[in-house]
Design a protein around this ligand. Structure first.
Ligand SMILES: [Zn+2]
Length: 62
């Protein structure tokens, strides 16, 4: 019961503080940082800055 087929792994930056997260972007455009389902800075928007990046040391293991 996972949404792998409806989401993609991306890098996203918090619009408020600039922190970059390994995140998941769903088909509906919802971006959620991995391991931080509540988001960052009290729900501040995350902007996708990079698509899947193999080898990135910021990507957490599944
Ligand atoms: Zn933030």
């Amino acid at each position: 019961m996972n949404g792998d087929e409806e989401s993609r792994k991306v890098a996203a930056v918090c619009d408020s503080c600039g922190t970059v997260y390994a995140a998941v972007e769903r088909q509906d455009g919802d971006v959620r940082p991995i391991g931080s389902p509540a988001g960052c800075c009290s729900g501040s928007k995350l902007t996708v800055v990079e698509d899947e990046s193999p080898g990135s040391d910021t990507v957490e293991s599944w």
